[in-house]
Design a protein around this ligand. Structure first.
Ligand SMILES: [Zn+2]
Length: 411
């Protein structure tokens, strides 16, 4: 018997906490928000990072597909730049890193590790050269789709919409090239948001283990963004024959945590969308821009009416995934600043992360298991993705489709 159980504070001190999804870059670009500012309605800033001992964040490079139609790459680059500007602004507190070693080095030198992941394959504008350049700029994962199917991979967000073209098998030949090229570069393949068929197709062809950067368990909350038990096990078994498997990073969004919240959200969906459409039309008529922050404000006013689920429900997801897929295959993908403030009770910023550690200890998780969930598992997968990349780069490259499948017709 252990003489004494570890406390949450002791575990936090010895852990390297990694969160794989925060949408704060929208705030950097659209609101002029800086990480040193007070939260002011947001979820993540320097103070809350420090209080919760958060060690690393993957900032989401997410391009709203309708607002920035035809300007995907431009918006992508502006968001990437905004993350780098924050690092330049706080050089004594932040460190821009692109490797697992970099995350650990930043942590040892008491700096917050800043990383980036692209959310939505539409950012590459059907171009492998763009994908490679995003890697060169430091992007280390890409969610194959956001809520929009992009021609080469399908999204859970519009898979039932017959007006949207979808692939035959989940990935087109170009889509398979994208996954291969990500494996070869060492960019983690993120299957959050994709349709179930795209998910399985990706798992068949990926040479490296995959991540779900921000998804929950469908057995507990039946939202298409969450994953079935079979999918959770498939992520745990993803990668080559010697792989230690991928990781599912649990999303904190109330709508993916609680079935009751999800049902309430669906019930008000058409009314909420109507309010957004009206505000958009009004802005357009007045010649004013309509940003994600404007839309977010409207969503927030509706969603604030739905009661927050208890924190224990979020812990249920972590617990469920640990039981179904294994404790080596679950982690944290908060979606801070991307969910209109809709988070479980008592969880408002990284400052509240110790409550998750405490809850896991209370449920009998060991200090070692907690450290895996808080960041160890993600580090392991990231390292393996790097190793696979080195192997692939040493091999002759199989044929990558030279012609882009969506090349415009030459006149
Ligand atoms: Zn997302």
């Amino acid at each position: 018997m252990n003489a004494k159980k570890a406390t949450a504070a002791e575990v936090e001190k010895s852990a390297l906490i990694i969160d794989t999804h925060a949408d704060t870059p929208q705030r950097f670009v659209d609101e002029g928000f800086n990480l040193g500012d007070p939260l002011n309605g947001g979820n993540l800033n320097l103070d809350s990072i420090h209080k919760g001992n958060l060690g690393a964040e993957f900032f989401s490079i997410w391009v709203e597909p309708k607002l920035y139609k035809g300007q995907d790459a431009r918006r992508t680059l502006e968001l990437i730049d905004s993350v780098k500007q924050q690092v330049a602004k706080y050089p004594d507190k932040l460190m821009f890193v692109t490797t697992p070693d970099g995350i650990e080095y930043a942590h040892r030198t008491r700096k917050f590790a800043v990383l980036m992941g692209i959310e939505g394959g539409h950012s590459i504008e059907n171009s492998l050269p763009l994908l490679r350049q995003y890697y060169a700029l430091g992007v280390r994962y890409m969610t194959l789709t956001w809520s929009n199917s992009n021609g080469w991979a399908d999204s859970s967000g519009d898979i039932d919409d017959s007006s949207v073209p979808h692939t035959k098998e989940g990935l087109t030949e170009f889509g398979k090239d994208v996954v291969y090229e990500m494996n070869r570069l060492g960019m983690m393949v993120d299957i959050s948001h994709v349709s179930d068929r795209t998910f399985y197709r990706t798992l068949v062809i990926t040479r490296a283990p995959v991540i779900a950067s921000h998804s929950g368990a469908r057995a507990l909350c039946n939202a298409p963004r969450n994953m079935t038990d079979e999918m959770l096990r498939a992520v745990a078994n993803s990668g080559g024959p010697n792989s230690k498997g991928g990781v599912v990073q649990v999303n904190f969004f109330s709508g993916f945590v609680s079935q009751a919240y999800w049902d309430a959200l669906k019930a008000q969906a058409s009314e909420r969308q109507k309010a957004v459409d009206e505000a958009k039309a009004k802005a357009a008529a007045e010649g004013k821009p309509f940003t994600y922050a404007d839309e977010d404000k409207i969503h927030r006013s509706f969603m604030d009416k739905i009661p927050r689920p208890p924190l224990s429900m979020l812990i249920d997801h972590i617990d469920h995934i640990a039981k179904v897929a294994g404790v080596d295959h679950v982690g944290l993908g908060s979606d801070f600043d991307g969910v209109s403030g809709q988070l479980p009770e008592g969880l408002d910023s990284p400052a509240d992360l110790p409550k998750i550690t405490q809850a896991l200890l209370d449920r009998g998780y060991s200090a070692e298991d907690c450290r895996k969930i808080l960041g160890g598992n993600l580090l392991r997968v990231f390292r393996e993705v790097e190793a696979v990349s080195k192997e692939l780069q040493a091999q002759d490259r199989p044929k990558i489709t030279e012609k882009q499948p969506f090349d415009k017709v030459q006149k």
